[in-house]
Design a protein around this ligand. Structure first.
Ligand code: UGA
Length: 435
């Protein structure tokens, strides 16, 4: 099929490359010239495992191209809208500017029988409004939320755990199901469940899923607070409750909490939308989910101060991790970078190292000190903070690292180290939610 992808960020770039690798002819459009140029050279403009290889392969087939020129979408059968919906400055609500302008710019190029597939995460009700705006264009709107995780984006797009189509209650709506089935013929043939819903349900599925995941993380982090108050161990607690298949162990890792470009802003936009709909009480609990999450960052700072005798001022603190999670260079609402920035504000001498997120971190927090390696970061440090669980941090040798520091104190913000190994090597080991 001929496909256009509008917006080539973390979602769209991956979607475009994956659609080409499924055999479709794809053009990706982005307003950012540097991004479109990098993608045209087969280079990923951000770190995502597997994406550079996929881009190179797809570009070589001649089925994938990128441009800043919207007119290139003309002639495509399906147009995927993948632009961002960030949190509005000073408000909980989502900023719909990019979605609205994508639809406005796309409109002149739509043809009879085209399908416009919305993938951006939007406040429920947006699809209904956009569908009305498309009336008379000959195109039909389908809402097709995306559930990919950064770090696993290629795998999640090629082998999604479900497909959701929110469609219009009309003949054109029925036809849009057939068209998307053709787009996703490969994953569907592999057994991916596919659910057809109305617009409202499809939009809600996305924010409900992210709200559930955020709630699960904050639940275990609330338990971590209880563990801290009672001397219990939150990792053992998570293992034990996780054996109950109704609960499940995934997304029960206590620590510094969630960040990124999705979970935090999605729960806030969901609360804002619920307020507009007059059902704010239904989502009041998400305010608590958000508060628990942010308290973990404050707790980490408390532990850092306590370890250094009450103040971090003028003390050398090594921070390992800036990305909001491993296998990503994304620092949007990153708990790790947030803690590093706060330490800097309290006059700690921070040396930060992250395997992939350094350029983004430096751009956001140029005032911090940066190191080129783990060894460089911990050299002479009086305190080490592990804040993003990159594999190389998890596998650090406490003895070797111990030779470099100026005080064997480590705070494990992700509960990924084996405490006994560090204590046996003479370290003071502390973590969130365990002794
Ligand atoms: C999330 C969802 O998992 C995806 O399904 C969704 O498509 C995506 O948002 C989106 O809306 O686009 P992502 O933001 O890539 O994906 O990251 P997650 O893997 O969900 O992790 C989010 C945060 O939660 C990270 O900061 C991670 O460190 C933290 N986390 C995760 C925990 O603190 N504990 C856990 O047990 C799991």
């Amino acid at each position: 099929m001929k496909i256009s992808v509008i917006g080539c960020g973390y979602l769209g770039a991956v979607h475009a490359a994956c659609m080409a690798s499924l055999g479709h002819e794809v053009v990706g459009v982005d307003v950012d010239e540097r991004k479109a140029a990098a993608l045209s050279r087969g280079e990923a403009p951000f770190f995502e495992p597997g994406l550079p290889e996929l881009l190179t392969e797809a570009m070589a087939t001649g089925r994938l191209s990128f441009t800043t020129d919207m007119s290139a979408v003309e002639g495509a059968d399906v147009h995927f809208v993948c632009v961002g919906t960030p949190q509005k400055a000073g408000e909980y609500a989502a900023d719909m500017t990019y979605v609205d302008s994508a639809f406005t710019e796309l409109r002149p190029y739509l043809r009879e029988g085209n399908v416009v597939a919305g993938k951006s995460t939007v406040p429920v009700g947006t699809a209904e409004r956009l569908a009305a705006e498309l009336e008379g264009s000959g195109a039909v709107l389908v809402w097709n939320p995306e559930f990919l995780r950064e770090g696993f984006a290629v795998e999640d797009t090629l082998h999604p755990d479900r497909l959701v189509y929110g469609v219009a209650a009309s003949e054109a709506g029925q036809r849009s199901v057939e068209v998307l089935d053709e787009v996703y013929a490969t994953p569907i043939s592999e057994g991916t469940p596919r659910l057809v819903t109305d617009y409202a349900t499809a939009q809600l599925v996305k924010v409900a899923a992210n709200s559930f995941l955020a709630t699960k993380i904050s639940f275990i982090n609330a338990m971590a607070e209880l563990c801290e108050a009672t001397g219990a161990d939150v990792t053992q607690l998570a293992d034990a409750i996780g054996h109950d298949v109704r609960i499940g162990r995934r997304f029960l890792n206590a620590g510094l909490g969630f960040g990124g470009g999705c979970l935090p802003k999605d729960i806030r936009a969901f609360m804002a939308r619920a307020g507009e709909l007059g059902v704010d009480q239904a989502l009041t609990f998400l305010r608590e989910v958000d508060a628990i999450n942010l308290r973990r960052r404050a707790r980490m700072l408390d532990l850092a101060r306590a370890e250094l005798g009450g103040s971090v001022a003028n003390r050398k603190v090594a921070v390992l991790g800036a990305a909001f999670k491993p296998n990503s260079d994304d620092i949007r609402d990153s708990p790790a970078l947030d803690v590093a920035i706060q330490l800097g504000k309290e006059s700690a001498r921070v040396t930060l190292f992250d395997p992939e997120a350094m350029p983004n971190a430096k751009a956001k927090a140029p005032e911090l000190g940066y190191a080129d390696s783990i060894e460089d970061a911990v050299d002479g440090a009086e305190l080490v903070l592990l804040l993003t669980e990159w594999k190389q941090f998890v596998e650090m040798d406490p003895k070797a690292i111990g030779e470099l520091v100026d005080g064997r104190r480590i705070l494990d913000g992700r509960n990924v180290l084996v405490p006994s190994e560090w204590r046996d090597a003479g370290w003071t080991y502390r973590a969130l939610g365990r002794q």
